[in-house]
Write a protein that binds this ligand. Sequence first.
Ligand code: SOE
Length: 398
Amino acid sequence: MTETKSLRVGMVGYAFMGAAHSHAWRTAPRFFDLPLAPQLTAVAGRDPERVAAAAAKLGWESTETDWRRLIQRDDIDLIDICAPGNLHAEIAIAALEAGKHVLCEKPLANSVSEAERMTAVADSAAARGVFSMCGFSYRRTPALSLAKRLVDSGALGEIRHVRAQYLQDWLSDANAPLTWRLDKAKSGSGSLGDIGAHIIDAAQWVTGQNVAGVSALLETFVKERPIAGDFVGLGGHGGTSGPRGPVTVDDAAIFSARFDGGAGSPGAIGVFEATRFALGRKNAMRLELNGSKASLAFDFEDMNSLWFYDSAQEPNAGFRRIQVTEPEHPYTGHWWPVGHGLGYEHAFTHQVVDLVEAIAAGKQPSPSFADALQVQRVLEAVEVSAADESRWTKVGGA
Ligand code: SOE
């Protein structure tokens, strides 16, 4: 029996996303036949005690307190970046230049210029067989993958409307702590980049069209919050009496958009909304498309379903629920029998599967840094438009 070659992973960061990625690296080879065997070789974080505790809990073999050391190690093949956005460019570029494959959390960077530099380095690394991927994990939710399959098959016809929302509520409490996600220097933007980036990527990927122009509004409802101290995580309560600091990012982003269409077909029009202030909505990542022949609708809070309306069916029969848990659906045949259903973590596992398969085949994984750069350009156009009274703004490079 020949032994499967290892893919030795070094991960930077170990909080929420680090835990989701660790789970994915551990789980993927247990449910999928992978051409390379992921090995959780080392995790890096600044605090020696915390990183040691995280390694023990999440299943990593060793630790580093400096990501540069991780990149220098010759027993690491891939760097997985789960650190705040301000670190993405430096780590990804150093890793690719050192010949390590890279998986980088979204959004790719904190600015278009960083994303452009990362993409240039990624493109030349790919020519040497060193690959990179950006972690737009929702692409790997089976129902959204099925949505793309349906659009690609022509089942929707010409896409006319795109309606995309990402609604959460974990910042509704004005005393939720001021974590790095609320600091522009670290996160680049607020709801816009954190969750708006996901729906921009999903809308562009599923429709096969890029956003070409936008008119946008950004709002910061709570301008100051309790200093976070040791608190890591989302939401929470930081108290009412301690020191407060300024929120330097948007709390909510809304924009209308024009898409660039496909070969010979006119572009769709779209509306996007991203907020962490939608009380009662926990992870409502939604996409609805209306085409000339059919419509589809997806809501992550009902993630095992895709709703489909086909104008050729009995008139006014309404949307039909496709239960996306069956062996013929993307990814699902590897999991539980007879429709037991999947959860949030599975998309991260599928992301690892697709990444490992692409690396083993010597092919560019998707989404590439170039795909993520296009998302970054949309984020920038939204900020430019919002800063200028919602002026219509073309997406650079579109
Ligand atoms: C917080 O809003 C967050 O954890 C995002 O950062 C993730 O990308 C998303 O998957 C869930 O929500």
